[in-house]
Design a protein around this ligand. Structure first.
Ligand code: NAP
Length: 290
């Protein structure tokens, strides 16, 4: 049980809507397990991010998570941000500093830690990203940063996939990954069957399949799933999505996004509190969310 007193440091999450968030449960569970005197609360935000950030900073709120739809707009209110977060153009974690808030993208750190746990390496692999929203964009940059051989972005709306393609190819070129910069592709969902190499790692980054819509999936084409060696669905409710079922029945490994969610919170916690959250605490958090 958290014992709030005059010394308790305050953390929170801003977004709109915010009622669905699991972040307060995760952060408060970690504080309790580690005996750290802090509390984490949800704040419903509006588009006046300047006033919101100024108010939170004035009150000394030590760390803020940012969720939909403010992950990009919030950047203009920060005094600085991490280089990869700047490339992606989105942050989800702000840390209080004496100059103002500094921004991080721990969604990416979370997915990176999930992939490490599951022993999925992106280095030298063909990767496929279903979707071209905020999450897909971050995943595309992670694939590039981890040295993927190719990245194919597949989206219902081609223009959004083309935008990510251009930004990721430019990032790869600027960072000396010339082969990759020529190998970032964008296609529509209708073209997916033949556009995807065999043995690829696929990330499901659309909203399709989210509970209660458990039986839907953005791709039903069996020839696509035969090419997928490992599939990661960023959705974690339901625990096994239709996408994961398709991947498994075609012989691939499949994972959901629960570890990514937990690890993005753990990474934020570690940045804010300068501690390493022990594996046993992470495991307990994950088990209680499951
Ligand atoms: P977003 O920016 O709104 O993007 C949504 C994407 O889904 C777009 O590419 C959109 O295509 C596509 N889409 C939506 N409905 C579709 C339909 N009926 N048919 C085909 N495509 C459709 O959302 P986001 O922030 O990227 O989040 C995407 C998913 O990732 C969500 O389910 C979210 O819960 C999950 N996520 C999980 C974590 C985690 O920690 N596990 C973190 C972040 C996000 P168009 O461009 O054509 O509209």
């Amino acid at each position: 049980m958290i014992n709030i007193n005059g010394h308790t440091s305050v953390y929170g999450i801003i977004g709109n809507p915010i009622s669905h968030t699991m972040s307060p449960a995760i952060h408060n569970m970690i504080s309790e397990a580690m005996g750290i005197d802090s509390v984490y609360v949800p704040f419903v935000a509006n588009d006046d991010l300047k006033s919101i950030v100024k108010g939170l900073y004035s009150l000394g709120v030590q760390g803020i998570n940012v969720t939909v739809p403010y992950k990009t707009g919030i950047i203009y209110e920060l005094y600085g941000l991490e280089p990869l977060a700047m490339e992606i153009g989105a942050v989800n974690t702000l840390k209080y500093t004496e100059h103002g808030y500094y921004g991080y993208n721990t969604d990416i750190l979370g997915l990176e830690r999930e992939l490490k746990d599951e022993k999925v390496s992106l280095y030298g692999r063909d990767t496929v990203i279903l979707g071209a929203g905020g999450a897909a964009r971050a995943v595309a940059f992670l694939c590039a940063a981890q040295g993927a051989a190719s990245i194919t972005i597949v989206n219902r709306t081609l223009n959004k996939a083309l935008d990510i393609r251009a930004d990721v190819a430019a990032y790869a070129g600027r960072n000396g990954m010339y082969a990759l910069s020529e190998n970032v592709n964008a296609v529509t969902l209708k073209e997916i069957g033949s556009a995807v190499p065999y043995g690829c790692i696929a990330f499901q980054c659309t909203n399709v399949g989210l509970a209660p819509d458990d039986s839907s999936c953005v791709v039903h084409d069996g020839s696509f799933y035969k090419r997928v060696a490992a599939g990661i669905d960023l959705i974690y409710r339901p625990a096994e999505t239709m996408f994961m079922k398709y991947v498994k029945s075609a012989g691939g490994e499949a994972y959901n996004g629960l570890k990514m969610l937990v690890y993005q919170a753990v990474s934020a916690y570690e940045i804010w509190h300068s501690v390493a959250v022990p594996d046993v605490v992470i495991y307990d958090v994950e088990r209680s969310l499951r």
